[in-house]
Ligand binder design. Structure first.
Ligand code: UT7
Length: 433
């Protein structure tokens, strides 16, 4: 049976670094705000002559060299991007020309920040079906060209870069073990560049209103959806491979916000130390972020043959996805797949005997990072326990309560909960405990 595996990785980022301090001079923001809310310290931005195709080419050349593959041997060249070099043709065709990959069919994949995993699914299917033997997959973005540099809500988040992998067919062997892809187009307007396409073609008005640039309706809502969606995709991936979360050696998530990733790690009960993070230096590079992080981890030795990697992403569309692969390095065969029951959350194992009070208090301790002794019934969540200064802490707390008690808590209800006792009463009321 044919399967696919990654035999080489590469990456490329523009030389120009834009720090949070640089942004302080452009919009009303601070280095501290951006670092604490997102985990980002700096990002790379394209200089003159750089765009998604040139970045893709740089990453591709590295990946081909690492794989020991000549571009003429590529059957297929895929570029995942939402910031194409030109509206058409596909950026993949520009890269195909630059690499002189004359035998390769080429097309782009537009699935936002999930684009790399979508591309992995396409490449894996083409290889498994025997349609292609060697495929180059690149995630490449030049988001700085689509950022509204006057909008502090979004301009601090994004950066430019590219990451690439070469996939090759093999007879058996684990390689790419699964991919899970999802979308919900009803949420398309949450994060979009609505102008400049065939719906609102470029016009004086589109330019004036900046409709061709990135618009985010609600960062908090994107945050909430992202955590839930990536958790769903990860759980599906674990279940399909009969893996427990402890069987995963590294998670390589889409790099949008360190706190999204921390919340996800918390919900999966996965140690943060085993998550590959580089968004402090690159920001959110959409489809490029996972292959950029993968290449970094391969080159610094964090990824070793035999390791089980879990990739997951969420982004515009909205789309979300996951993939599980066994890293084989240069063809080193690995042992049989590890089995085992899927465990959603080890906290469930403690059973229903734990009282509502204890569960609520434990969640407050975990989410707000306070001492257990501080969580007295009369303690005010905002003044005594430090909640409220940051809306994402509130979102995290509400989501954890929703998860634990299998509830949906409306924002208006959550606003009424001021003290620990309020929280306990509310949950008791909703669960009839
Ligand atoms: O691949 C998916 C792409 N997108 C994402 O992943 C975004 C996910 N969401 C997030 O990362 C977070 O929601 C943000 C980082 C975007 C925002 O963090 P937040 O903690 O949700 O902040 P907020 O939107 O609730 O805003 C809090 C305050 C607001 O001020 P007021 O209304 O409370 O006075 C904002 O105006 O922070 C203000 N604010 C800023 N302040 C300084 C928003 N952006 C900035 C900024 N600097 N850059």
């Amino acid at each position: 049976m044919l399967t696919s595996r990654i035999i080489g990785t590469g990456s490329c980022a523009p030389a120009t670094v834009l720090t949070n301090h640089d942004l302080e001079r452009m919009v009303d923001t601070t280095d501290q705000w951006v670092r604490t809310r997102t985990g980002i310290a700096e990002r790379r931005v394209c200089g003159p002559g750089e765009d998604s195709a040139t970045l893709a080419e740089g990453a591709a050349l590295q990946a081909l060299a690492a794989a020991g593959v000549d571009s003429i041997d590529l059957d297929m060249l895929l570029v995942a991007t939402i910031t194409p070099a030109v509206p058409f043709p596909a950026t993949a065709c520009l890269v195909q020309d630059a690499l002189k990959a004359r035998r390769a069919a080429a097309f782009d994949i537009g699935a936002g920040c999930s684009g790399f995993i979508y591309g992995l699914a396409v490449a894996d299917s083409l290889i498994r079906s025997g349609s292609a033997r060697t495929i180059l997959l690149v995630g490449a973005e030049s988001l700085s060209k689509f950022v509204n540099w006057k909008d502090r809500n979004t301009c601090v988040l994004f950066g430019d870069g590219a990451g690439a992998v070469v996939l090759q067919a093999q007879e058996g062997g684990p390689g790419i073990r699964s991919t899970h892809l999802y979308s919900d187009g009803a949420e398309w307007a949450l994060l979009a560049a609505p102008g400049g396409g065939s719906r609102f073609p470029l016009s004086e008005q589109v330019l004036q209103e900046g409709l061709h640039l990135i618009h985010m309706q609600s960062g908090t809502e994107v945050f909430r959806l992202a955590v839930r969606a990536m958790e769903e995709a990860c759980m599906a991936a674990l279940k399909a491979n009969r893996l427990e979360v402890s069987d995963v050696d590294l998670i390589i998530p889409h790099q949008a916000n360190a706190r999204i990733i921390q919340t996800l790690a918390n919900r999966l009960a996965f140690p943060e130390a085993k998550i590959v993070l580089n968004l402090d230096r690159y920001g959110n590079t959409s489809a490029a972020s996972i292959p950029l992080a993968l290449d970094e981890a391969v080159r610094d030795g964090r990824v070793q043959p035999g390791m089980t990697l879990l990739l997951t992403a969420f982004g515009t569309g909205v789309t979300w996805a996951s993939a599980v692969l066994t890293w084989q390095g240069n063809g080193v065969a690995t042992g049989p797949l590890r089995g085992g029951a899927v465990r959603r959350d080890p906290r469930e194992d403690k059973g229903a005997t734990v009282a509502v009070e204890e569960k609520v208090k434990r969640i407050i301790v975990e989410q707000l990072g306070v001492q257990e002794s501080q969580v007295k019934p009369e303690a005010k969540l905002a003044d005594d326990l430090g909640l409220g200064a940051d809306s994402l802490d509130a979102v995290g707390l509400v989501m954890a309560l929703e998860e634990e008690f299998n509830l949906q808590i409306l924002d208006t209800e959550a606003e009424q909960v001021q003290t620990v006792q309020d929280a306990i009463r509310y949950i008791k009321g909703r669960t009839h405990a």
